[in-house]
Design a protein around this ligand. Structure first.
Ligand code: SF4
Ligand code: SF4
Length: 219
């Protein structure tokens, strides 16, 4: 049975525990950083940050400040275009694990030329994969596949202290997303769940996706 994540952003406090836990589990180094006038840090996904908590603020219809948080990561798409494009470039360089539904980069990716890499990166509707020049690999969230295969949740989910993140069987996560949406709609009439049929990461948002991130939604 394929797995799925729930990310209920209405509960997220932007503590960034998930972002750091991901770095730790994947043994990724720190990034050089500087103050850019935002609490978001780093400014985008990069080879050392396969997950990044995005910050966005705007005024709502009544002039109130809305401050939205979006823990961004690979959606482990149901029909991943990245896998199709990668396999056109080098067969077997990306796979969708039939058991878990995780979309994974394989060692074969090292055989991909620059044009192939660019095509894969450009194909992702959520702007997720990055090129790691040191490892000479495409990199992105791997669902903590080693943990999941051992019956453990991904590290981001394990770490989240607010119940924003959950992980489990797709059907269970869909049911939970519906429940959380109903709760969220009591406070936020525009609440929604993003792109459910296409993805394995169900984001619950309080309002329109453009108030979170340019690539938050497929549509
Ligand atoms: S979000 Fe992008 S990188 Fe992840 S599975 Fe979908 S197409 Fe591939
Ligand atoms: S750990 Fe949970 S509450 Fe903290 S930033 Fe990540 S999703 Fe949000």
């Amino acid at each position: 049975m394929p797995k799925a994540f729930l990310i209920d952003t209405t509960r997220c406090t932007a503590c960034r525990g998930c972002q750091i836990a991901c770095k730790e589990w994947h043994d990724l180094p720190a990034n050089a950083t500087k103050q850019r006038g935002s609490h978001q840090n780093p400014p985008d996904l990069n080879p050392y940050n396969l997950k990044v908590v995005r910050f966005h603020e705007h005024l709502d219809d009544q002039g109130r400040v809305m401050w939205n948080f979006f823990p961004d990561q690979c959606r482990h798409c149901v029909k991943p275009i990245c896998v199709t494009m990668a396999n056109k470039a080098v067969p077997g360089s990306m796979i969708k694990d039939p058991k878990t539904g995780a979309v994974l980069v394989t060692e074969k990716c090292r055989e991909m030329d620059e044009a192939g890499v660019k095509t894969v990166i450009k194909s992702c509707p959520y702007n997720i994969p990055r090129w790691d020049a040191e490892k000479k690999m495409l990199v992105k969230c791997d669902m903590c596949i080693d943990r999941v295969q051992a019956g453990l949740p991904p590290m981001c989910v394990k770490t989240c202290p607010t119940g924003t993140m959950a992980f489990g069987e797709r059907d269970e996560m869909l049911a939970l997303a519906k429940k959380r949406l109903a709760e969220a709609q009591k406070r936020f009439p525009k609440a929604r769940v993003l792109d459910v049929p296409e993805v394995s990461v169900f984001f619950v948002l309080a309002e329109e996706p453009e108030h979170y991130h340019e690539y938050a939604s497929f549509g």
